[in-house]
Each structure stands twice: as structure tokens, then as C-alpha cells.
Design a protein around this ligand. Structure first.
Ligand code: THG
Length: 374
């Protein structure tokens, strides 16, 4: 593929200078911002992520900040997950839906205070929807995109690296909880979370000016841990079944089709604008759902379009993400499969731009959530 033309519309991040110095070799665009996808190679980055520790420029996970007396009410309008039990200091993975129950985004909600929230968004312009809701319903809130850029520290040595910069207290942080930590006199919200199954943290860096000083401090502190610049790794995230909005799901899908039913409490999420629609479809249950798809090939082509899944000649689903797994020795994929063919072990064929390969449906991903507890 040709190069992407740089311009003001394609935003740089507070860490872009560090990413470039580290020799980034490919970018994608996410929330109108640069997101690195490869440094050395997809495979080398993958092995390093599983064995060492990496700094990820995920500034493109932009925050929609909601503050004011109606903040909690507005966030509940956006999601079918019941937020009543959520306390300040917690993060929740929250499907967000429109009035038809269609997925608009799958962000992480960060509850800073009863009247102050960050919605850490995936790749869709959620800010516009949230602003429209706030204004249409005349809510007493301010909605905007603050100068906050997540920097993820991921990999088995992330606790050791983070403790060197933020102190041993960071080790006590529980999964999907956050705390406030100091760096050079600046307050940093740090959560134990991140878009990998290898464990780690996300630092919500407030103020672009402190981005490179923090990047450099972590790089310095982790020299003997072989810390490197990295990024969300396509192979690792598919093995772990972490979904990618725009790839594995769109506005055409309900959270239940996406396998996100466990993050929905449609019966009690009073106020959610998609609630009635979801209650209606929940009665029947989804007729297609996300599945892990094993692909019999040693080098799947780039999955840059949906690949039909067929039983004989009959289309029964699509593959939406794929990669070759070094650790599992097969092609790994994520797909959306019709009910008639979604059972464990179902044998199908997948039609790619480079040929047709045997595929097998799995009900579980290659590795499940390993709850990272201190
Ligand atoms: N961190 C933050 N913001 C983000 C992402 C992130 N915004 C964009 C994107 N990633 C949003 N999508 C996801 C998808 C999955 C998870 C988080 C964000 C995730 N899921 C785990 C799971 O599905 O097992 C854990 C969920 C849970 O148990 O609550 O972590 O990564 N800041």
C-alpha cells in the first residue's frame, strides 16, 4: 500500500516524536489520529509483548469528558450496562448503543467523580452523539474532548517498570480500578487495564506538554527490562478475543451479537435510549454472534474486507479480523456466524481475496481473560 499523506486533519499525538524515534514502521488512523500498528514486525512485536514490557501510544483512545450534575444520568442514557453500582475509582467496559440498539462504540467508562466522567472511546465520533444527547435532552452537563492522551504500559514486566516511576503503591491497583499518582508534580490517573491479555496499565496523560517527559522517563527506567515502543498487536488481540469497533462490529450489530451480553443489564439499565429496542431483540436472542475462527493456512492475507464464511455454497457468516498465530500455529480470526453454524467445531470455508481456506468455529478464544490481580 502507498503511504498516508500527513496533514493537520490526521492528528499527531503527544508521543509521536518518541514513536518516530523508536522506528515505527506502520500506522493506521483511529479517531482522526495516528495509531502505530507495527514497529519491528507484527511477529517480533508479538513475542516481545508476551515476554517483556512495551509503551503504547494509544492517545487515539480519545476521552469524551462529561461533567456536571446530570453527568451520571447522561452516561446511563448511553449504555445498557447498569451503572448504579459503579463507584469513583472504577472503570467499566460499556457497550454504547443508539435508539435501535445498534453499537455506536465500545469504550471504557472512567468514573472520576459522581459528576465527572471520561468515556475512553473506540474508533467512532462518539463526541457528536453525546453532545447531541446532552443538548437534545437539555441536560446540565458540559461535554468536550479534553487534552488527555492514554499511554499504555503492557506486558508481564509492566508492574516492575511502573513501580520504578510511580512507586510500589502501583502494584496494589486492581483490574479496572484507577488511582492518582504523581509524575514531576503532575497528577496522573492510572488504571490497571489495556488492550492486551498480557497485563498492564493505562496512564491518562493530562496535558500534551508532559507526554514526552513521561515517555522518556519510562524508557530510561526500563532499559534493563528491555522496554520498547509497541502498540496494540493484531495477533495478540485476536487470540484474546478483544473486539475492534469498525472491524468486528458496527452500528448494524447489537451488543448481544457481539458477545457483549455480559456487559448489558438491559432489564435494569433505566434511561438507556436503546433499552426498548434491546428488550425487544433480547426476547428472541441473537441469530448471529461473534466467534473465534481458526483458519487453516500458514499466511492469511490482510483482512481488509469482510470474508464470506460458507457451508458448501451457502453464506453463513463473515470473518472480520485475521492473523497468523506463532504460538498457536494456525490462522486466528474473529467472525460473525449465523446460529445454524455457530456451534463449537463447525467446519466451514472462508473466502479471502487470496483464495479459499478451511475454517473452524470455536466458542472460546485462544486464551480467556486472565484477571490480573495484585
Ligand atoms: N483502553 C482505553 N480506551 C480504549 C480501549 C482500551 N478505547 C478504545 C478501545 N480500547 C475500546 N475497546 C475495548 C475493548 C475491550 C476492552 C477494553 C476496551 C477490554 N475488555 C476486557 C474483556 O473483554 O475481557 C475486559 C473487560 C472487563 O472485564 O470489564 O479490556 O483498551 N482506556
Amino acid at each position: 500500500m502507498a503511504l498516508i499523506s500527513p496533514s493537520r486533519r490526521l492528528r499527531r499525538t503527544p508521543f509521536s516524536d518518541g514513536v518516530e524515534a523508536a522506528g515505527v514502521s506502520a500506522y493506521t488512523v483511529y479517531n482522526h489520529m495516528l495509531l502505530p500498528t507495527v514497529f519491528r514486525s507484527l511477529e517480533e512485536d508479538y513475542h516481545h509483548l508476551k515476554h517483556a514490557v512495551q509503551l503504547w501510544d494509544v492517545a487515539c483512545e480519545r476521552q469524551v469528558e462529561i461533567r456536571g450534575p446530570d453527568a451520571a444520568r447522561l452516561v446511563q442514557m448511553l449504555t445498557p450496562r447498569d451503572l448504579r453500582g459503579m463507584l469513583p475509582g472504577q472503570c467499566y467496559y460499556v457497550p454504547m448503543v443508539d435508539e435501535t440498539g445498534g453499537m455506536l462504540n465500545d469504550p471504557v467508562a472512567v468514573k472520576l467523580a459522581e459528576d465527572r466522567w471520561w468515556i475512553s472511546i473506540a474508533d467512532s465520533d462518539l463526541l457528536l452523539w453525546v453532545k447531541a444527547m446532552a443538548n437534545g435532552y437539555r441536560l446540565d452537563v458540559l461535554v468536550d474532548e479534553p487534552d488527555v492522551s492514554p499511554l499504555a504500559v503492557q506486558g508481564p514486566h509492566s508492574d516492575d517498570l511502573m513501580a520504578r516511576v510511580f512507586g510500589d503503591g502501583i502494584r496494589q491497583l486492581r483490574f479496572f480500578r484507577f488511582g492518582h499518582f504523581d509524575f514531576q508534580g503532575r497528577d496522573m490517573v492510572i488504571a490497571r487495564s489495556g488492550y492486551s491479555r498480557q497485563g498492564g496499565f493505562e496512564i491518562y496523560v493530562e496535558g500534551s506538554d508532559i507526554g514526552m517527559p513521561l515517555w522518556n522517563a519510562l524508557m530510561e527506567a526500563g532499559r534493563d527490562l528491555d522496554v520498547r515502543a509497541g502498540c496494540p498487536n493484531a495477533i495478540e488481540r485476536i487470540e484474546g478475543g478483544l473486539l475492534s469497533y469498525g472491524n468486528d462490529m458496527t452500528r448494524e450489530n447489537t451488543p448481544h451479537e457481539c458477545g457483549l451480553g455480559r456487559f448489558c443489564n438491559t432489564a435494569t439499565a433505566i434511561g438507556c435510549v436503546g433499552r426498548d429496542a434491546l428488550l425487544r431483540v433480547a426476547k428472541e436472542g441473537p441469530v448471529k454472534q461473534i466467534r473465534a475462527i481458526e483458519i487453516e493456512t500458514s499466511s492469511p492475507p490482510p483482512c481488509d474486507r469482510s470474508w464470506p464464511l460458507v457451508a458448501g455454497k451457502k453464506p453463513v457468516g463473515i470473518v472480520t479480523s485475521a492473523a497468523q498465530s506463532p504460538d498457536f500455529g494456525c490462522g486466528v480470526g474473529i467472525g460473525m456466524v449465523r446460529m445454524t453454524h455457530w456451534d463449537e467445531g463447525t467446519e466451514l470455508m472462508v473466502q479471502t481475496q487470496d483464495g479459499v481456506f478451511p475454517a473452524m468455529v470455536h466458542e472460546e478464544f485462544w486464551y480467556k481473560k486472565q484477571d490480573v490481580v495484585a
